[in-house]
Design a protein around this ligand. Structure first.
Ligand code: AMP
Ligand code: FE
Ligand code: FE
Ligand code: ZN
Length: 286
């Protein structure tokens, strides 16, 4: 199958847990020959203006995006929002609540790390988050800096992943709320990374995937990530089959964070074909 990788609809910046600023990320996307991009920072829209300005400079077709974590039957699922309006009041209220929770949770994780023989400074973690959505990747980066881990994934595996000694859960909204918030702000909701990914340890296939998918379709999602990260051709084909069965647009992107992990697809290494972009645009509310 001929996959066209001129679109990448899953990217992160320093406004959440990516390590490139919006301007640097957009410049990289341009250098790598991309045409359509969406930046989907976790629980924040604060990077959208700078991303859009930088995208315009490079003549990139820019779709404002976001990524929410939501409660699943087991663990969490991620829901992407495209074409959202960052000025939507209901959206911003929930986002400020989530920001607050992320901060308290990260502070608790740092305290646990200090108590279990891997001392870490909260100030450094906070500095690495640069006022954006603070998350485990910032803690992982600080752990690497302090020599407690060889790379971020190593920090996750041994210290901060689910079931590891310093793991603390963060606040998750219900999937219906995530979809409603996205739709309510004029956007389109898409289920992120449904299958196992080797690039992210502990990222398993969504538990009871089809049951979950059927209810998300009821709530109003319009797409699912098929052309994602390090997915194999078999995984991509499997999601495309599901997309066809449920009438969903097969979306995707690299989920690039510039995190310095051993497996990290770069912007444009994987992404949806232009047909998916056109379909998404045709579904966008006017
Ligand atoms: P959080 O939202 O703070 O729980 O952190 C989740 C984020 O950590 C994900 O969005 C990924 O960017 C990153 N992540 C998850 N698992 C791993 C891993 N094994 N190695 C490196 N980064 C990871
Ligand atoms: Fe992330
Ligand atoms: Fe995600
Ligand atoms: Zn992501």
């Amino acid at each position: 199958m001929d996959y066209s990788f001129r679109s990448d609809l899953h990217l992160h910046t320093t406004h959440s847990d990516g390590r490139l600023s919006p301007s640097d990320l957009m410049a990289l996307c341009y250098e790598r020959g991309l045409m359509t991009v969406s930046v989907t920072d976790h629980d924040t829209t604060s990077g959208i203006d700078e991303c859009e300005a930088a995208a315009n400079k490079h003549d990139l077709d820019f779709i404002p995006g976001i990524e929410f974590g939501a409660k699943a039957i087991r663990g969490e699922i991620h829901i992407l929002g495209y074409f959202i309006d960052p000025n939507n009041h209901a959206l911003q209220e929930v986002l400020s609540d989530l920001q607050e929770d992320r901060k308290t949770r990260a502070e608790r994780m740092v305290a646990l790390l200090c108590q279990t023989g891997t001392p870490l400074s909260w100030d450094r973690v906070s500095e690495l988050a640069r006022g954006g959505s603070v998350g485990r990747p910032h803690i992982a980066q600080a752990l690497v800096e302090e020599g407690h881990a060889s790379h971020p994934k190593d920090a996750f595996d041994r210290l901060i992943n689910w079931k590891a000694p310093a793991y603390v859960a963060r606040k998750l909204i219900q999937p219906r709320e995530a979809v409603d918030l996205i739709n309510g702000s004029g956007g389109l909701a898409v289920l992120a990374h449904p299958l196992e990914s080797r690039a992210k340890s502990g990222r398993r296939e969504i538990y009871e995937l089809e049951t979950t998918l059927a209810s998300l379709v009821d709530f109003g999602i319009v797409g699912i990530e098929a052309y994602y990260g390090d997915y194999s051709n078999d995984q991509i084909e499997r999601v495309i089959t599901l997309a066809n069965k449920y009438g969903l647009v097969p979306c995707g992107g690299s989920d690039y964070h510039a995190a310095g992990n051993p497996i990290e697809p770069e912007p444009g290494e994987i992404g949806p074909p232009v047909e998916s972009i056109e379909l998404l645009k045709s579904l966008k509310p006017i």
